[in-house]
Every structure is written in C-alpha cells, then in structure tokens.
Design a protein around this ligand. Structure first.
Ligand SMILES: C[S@@+](CC[C@H](N)C(=O)[O-])C[C@H]1O[C@@H](n2cnc3c(N)ncnc32)[C@H](O)[C@@H]1O
Length: 298
C-alpha cells in the first residue's frame, strides 16, 4: 500500500479538493457572485454563500457533477456560458409573491391614480392606459392588476388598458402564463372578484383555480432583464409596478434601473416600488404620493 506522506504528522482527513461538495471555495464564490451581479444585478455578499450553495447543489445533481469547482469550470467554459445562465437564473432568483400583496397600492391605484390619469386625459375622450409589471414572478401581481383595471374599466366608459408583465426567469413565466394556482393562494382576492375571474378545477382533489381566459388574454408576458432593456419595449408606460425586485440589487444597479424606468414612463407617469424600497434619500425627479408610490415630476 502507498504511504500517506502526511501521516502521522497530521490527522487523517478525507481528501477533498477545495470547493468540492463540502462548499464553494472563496475564489469560486467570488467568480460566481461577480458573474451573477454583472448579468442580473443580484447582489450576493459572502453571507449568502450557504444560500448559493443550496441553490446550485440542485444543478450539480442535474448535470451529474460532484463538486462546485467542476460546476464553475463548466459554467465558465464556452459551452457552459452558452447554456447555463438561463438555468442558473431560475435557481438564484427569489420569486416570493402573492395576490394583492401590499394591498394599499391597489387601493391607491383604483381610488387615486386611475381617476387622476383618466381626468388628465379627458380632453382626448378617454385613455388606453399602459401598465408594466416588471419582475412579475409567477403572475399574482399582474393578475391582481388585471382584475383591478378590469373593474375600473367596467365603471369608466372610455377607459381601456394593456398590461405588460416581465421577468428574467423562464420558469416563473411559464407558471404565470398558465394562470393555475393552489386554492390557498387566492385567499387575499375579494370574494366578488373570485366569483368573476377565477375558475375552480373540475377535479376537486386538485384544489386548484385558473384565471379566467379573457383576463389572461389582457396580459402580454415577456422574458426580460431589467439591466438590459430591449429597444422593442413598448414604452412609454403610464404606470410601472416594480415591487420587491430592487432589494436584491446593489445601490448603483438600483439607481441605473430607476433611471431607465424614468425613460420608460410617460410625462408625469407613476412608479410603484415595494414597501422596503423607499427612495426617500435618493435624488430622482420623482415626487412621493403615498408610501413607495412616486410620480415623475416632468
Ligand atoms: C420577489 S419577486 C417579486 C414579485 C412581485 N413583483 C411582487 O412584489 O410580489 C422578484 C422577481 O424579480 C425577478 N428578477 C430578479 N432579477 C431580475 C432582473 N435582472 N430582471 C428582471 N427580473 C428580475 C425575479 O426573477 C423574481 O421573480
């Protein structure tokens, strides 16, 4: 048998390469977090190492790789750079969402913003409102908006709307397009809207509902990176919802995205962020109307 050169000077340890299944090595973590930040703006400080490991581990299994180092070598190879980012983004994004999440935003939309926009366009004999849900995840936010806008349209002759919903993750967009949700998820939807816009599955065992087909048709879904907006984006929008997305970005990236939202808004358009994404200390041409509801000042 070959002798162990370290024995008996040091205790026997399993022979592992740095960065094997036991964890991502510091240099690979640095490479990965830089790659993720450059591509999608998502900020992963060293405290998120265990989280990143947990999420990538699933990918190691799928690819039949036995170490994080091999995963990094694959990701940064020409072949990996071609195919892997699309898979990786599905793993690293946080997609938590709900119907009527942060409900005061929908109250303000119905009772303040929409009447105001409609009044300001009265001289045009009506308005076709354009709204964008940026970072829409599995669709609960844009479907909530579609219900609210449809209700307003039915009471307001001359009011029409179109809704764009986008996300970077292909996986969540597939769920969103399908519009099928577990029954527990619809608890925040008011009863009258549930009766009008949601259909229970024929199979009671499934305990699922589907969004009404006409409402689903109101939304145009697209895969889009907020760091790299396409020239084909159908701007300008009267209202942009981008809630609980910027919190994952570092400050310069947040500022860059807010600047591009300003370019995408109509004059005096509205930007609505998540409640933890306050712009109070930042110097943008945006006036605060209500908590995290902003209006372009020009
Ligand atoms: C926590 S969810 C927010 C969903 C919804 N807006 C809400 O507030 O309930 C954040 C979403 O932002 C998306 N996202 C993250 N980085 C992105 C990027 N660079 N471009 C577009 N979408 C991104 C994620 O895929 C995720 O679905």
């Amino acid at each position: 048998l070959p002798t162990d050169p370290e024995y008996p000077l040091s205790p026997r340890r399993p022979r592992e390469e740095p960065g094997s299944e036991s964890g991502i090595s510091p240099s690979d973590f640095q490479r990965l977090s830089q790659f993720i930040s450059d591509h999608w703006g998502i900020n992963l400080p060293p405290t998120k190492k265990a989280l990143l490991e947990g999420r990538i581990r699933k990918r190691l299994k799928a690819l039949g790789l036995d170490s994080f180092k091999k995963y990094c070598d694959y990701l940064f190879s020409p072949e990996g750079l071609e195919a892997e980012p699309m898979e990786m983004v599905d793993l690293i994004t946080t997609n938590k969402t709900d119907f009527f999440r942060e409900p005061d935003h929908f109250e303000s939309l119905t009772h303040r913003l929409l009447p105001l926009i409609f009044r300001e366009h009265a001289h045009l004999n009506g308005i076709s409102l354009k709204l964008w849900s940026a970072g829409c995840s599995t669709g609960e936010e844009p479907y909530t908006l579609a219900m609210v806008l449809q209700e307003f349209a039915e009471q307001t002759p001359g009011f029409q709307f179109s809704l764009l919903a986008s996300d970077i993750s292909r996986r969540v967009l597939e769920i969103a397009r399908l519009g099928v949700y577990a029954e527990e998820k619809i608890a925040p939807v008011p009863l009258a809207m549930r009766k009008k816009y949601l259909w229970r599955s024929k199979d009671p065992e499934k305990r699922q509902v589907r969004i009404d087909a006409d409402l689903r048709k109101k939304i145009c879904w697209t895969r889009l990176n907020l760091l790299d907006l396409p020239a084909s984006l159908p701007k300008p929008f009267h209202v942009i919802f981008c809630r609980n997305v910027l919190i994952y970005f570092d400050r310069p990236t947040q500022e860059r995205i807010i600047s591009s939202f300003l370019d995408c808004l109509t004059p005096k358009g509205f930007l609505i962020l998540g409640h933890s994404e306050n712009l109070a200390q930042k110097n943008f041409p945006l006036a605060t109307l209500a908590p995290t509801i902003y209006r372009k000042t020009f």
